[in-house]
Design a protein around this ligand. Structure first.
Ligand code: ADP
Length: 361
C-alpha cells in the first residue's frame, strides 16, 4: 500500500524511483554505496525494497536511534551490531561457528553477546568473520548503516578504519551508507579528505531528491486509486506540503484513516512534520550550543529563497545592531551542513517547505 507510513520493504509498494532502483541493483556487489537524501525522502524504503527483492543478506544498523543523544559510546554501537547479527544467526546457525573465534564474543545457545569492556570486540574482526561466512556461501553480505551521520557523535572509537579495512580486503562485504549530503559524505566518510582512512575510495552515489510536482501528483493519485478513492486535490496538496514522499504518504494515510477530512489531514501532516523537523532542529541547536533565535530567523528569511545580503539584513533587524560577515556566513554554513538550507543560483532556500512551520518552536 503506497500510503503505508512505515518504510516500504517491497518493490511493489515503492513508487517511481526506477533509475535509483536500477542503479542500486546494479551496484550491489560494490564495496561502498552512499545513498544521499533529505529526511523522509525514502532512503530506507529504497534499500529495504531492493535488498528484499534481490533476496540479499543484510544487516541493517539504524543510527536514527541515537538522534536524541548528545554523544554515542562504543557500547551503543556494538550493541546495535550485536542485535542485528542475532537476527541473522537465528536463521543461519552456522554463522555462530565463525563468530565464536572472535575475542570478546560469547556464544550462548543460538545467540551472541559482544563485550564492550576491557576485552572489547574489534569491529574489523566481526567484519572479517561475516566476510568468511558470506564467502563460504558464495554471497555478498550487505552492511547498511542508516543515517550514518549520527556516528559523528561516536566518542573514543573510530569506525572508519574498520570500514576501510573491509573495503580493501573483504571482497564479500558491501557497505550501504545513508544520510544527508554534507554530513555523511564530507563529515563522516570524509571521502575527499586525504587524512581519512577512506580517502579516494571509489564509491557509488545515489541521490534521492523529493518528488517533483508531476511525480508527487501522480503519487497521490495512484495512492488514492489503490484505495478506490477519487481525489481531485493532489495539486493543492503538493502546493501545501511540497514533494517530500514522507509527508505525502502521511497525508494519504491520515486522510483515509480519519474520515476523508482534507483540512484535518493537512493539519495533522503539518503537525507530524513539524514535530520531526523541530526535534531535529532542536538537536542541532543543542549540539552546537547555538543561538536559536538567530537560526530560526534565517530559516524564516529563506522560506521563499533569499540572498546572503537579505540574511544579513534580517539578522541585523532582529538584533538591532550590526552583525559581522563572518558570523552571518558561519550561521549559513551550519544550516547548509545540516541540510536545513540549500544554495541554488546564489540564493538560499529551505530544503523542506514545512521547515517554515517550525518558526515557533
Ligand atoms: P528516509 O529513510 O529517507 O527517512 P523512509 O524510507 O523512511 O525515508 O520513507 C519515509 C516515508 O515515505 C515512509 O512512510 C515511506 O513509506 C514513504 N516513502 C518514501 N519513498 C517512497 C516511495 N518511493 N514510494 C512509496 N512510499 C515512499
Amino acid at each position: 500500500m503506497l500510503f503505508d507510513p512505515r518504510p516500504k520493504d517491497n518493490l511493489k509498494d515503492l513508487f517511481d524511483r526506477e533509475s535509483e532502483i536500477a542503479l542500486l541493483k546494479n551496484s550491489l556487489d560494490s564495496p561502498l554505496i552512499v545513498i544521499i537524501g533529505l529526511r523522509r525522502t525514502g532512503k530506507t524504503s529504497l534499500i529495504k525494497s531492493v535488498l528484499n527483492d534481490t533476496k540479499s543478506t543484510y544487516i541493517f544498523l539504524d543510527m536514527r536511534r541515537f538522534e536524541n543523544k548528545e554523544y554515542i559510546v562504543y557500547k551503543d554501537f556494538i550493541k546495535s551490531l550485536e542485535r542485528e547479527i542475532n537476527e541473522i544467526t537465528r536463521k543461519n546457525k552456522d554463522l555462530l561457528s565463525y563468530l565464536r573465534h572472535i575475542q570478546g564474543v560469547q556464544v550462548m545457545g543460538f545467540s551472541v553477546s559482544f563485550s564492550w569492556g576491557e576485552e572489547k570486540v574489534e569491529i574489523s574482526d566481526v567484519f572479517s568473520e561475516l566476510n568468511d561466512w558470506a564467502s563460504e556461501k558464495g554471497k555478498t553480505m550487505h552492511i547498511v548503516i542508516d543515517e550514518a551521520q549520527e556516528l559523528i557523535k561516536l566518542r573514543g572509537y573510530d569506525i572508519l578504519p574498520s570500514i576501510a579495512y573491509a573495503y580493501d580486503n573483504l571482497k564479500n562485504l558491501s557497505f550501504i551508507i545513508t544520510g544527508s549530503e554534507v554530513r555523511v559524505r564530507d563529515k563522516f566518510l570524509k571521502l575527499e579528505d586525504e587524512n581519512s582512512p577512506l580517502f579516494g575510495r571509489a564509491h557509488i552515489e545515489i541521490n534521492l531528491v523529493p518528488f517533483s510536482k508531476e511525480t508527487a501528483i501522480r503519487f497521490l493519485e495512484e495512492g488514492f486509486k489503490e484505495q478506490g478513492i477519487n481525489f481531485p486535490d493532489s495539486e493543492k496538496i503538493f502546493d501545501i506540503l511540497g514533494g517530500n514522499p514522507g509527508w505525502l504518504t502521511y497525508f494519504g494515510y491520515i486522510y483515509i484513516k480519519h474520515g476523508r477530512d482534507e483540512e484535518k489531514a493537512i493539519l495533522e501532516t503539518k503537525r507530524y512534520a513539524k514535530r520531526l523537523l523541530s526535534r531535529e532542529f532542536c538537536n542541532f541547536i543543542k549540539e552546537g550550543g547555538r543561538d536559536k533565535r538567530r537560526y530560526l530567523k534565517v530559516i524564516e528569511t529563506c522560506r521563499k529563497g533569499c540572498s546572503w545580503k537579505d540574511i544579513k539584513n534580517s539578522l541585523e533587524a532582529l538584533e538591532g545592531r550590526e552583525i559581522n560577515d563572518g558570523t552571518v556566513s558561519n550561521i549559513i554554513n551550519n544550516l547548509l551542513e545540516y541540510s536545513f538550507l540549500v544554495k541554488e543560483d546564489r540564493k538560499y532556500m529551505i530544503t523542506d517547505k514545512l521547515l517554515g512551520e517550525i518558526i515557533d518552536v
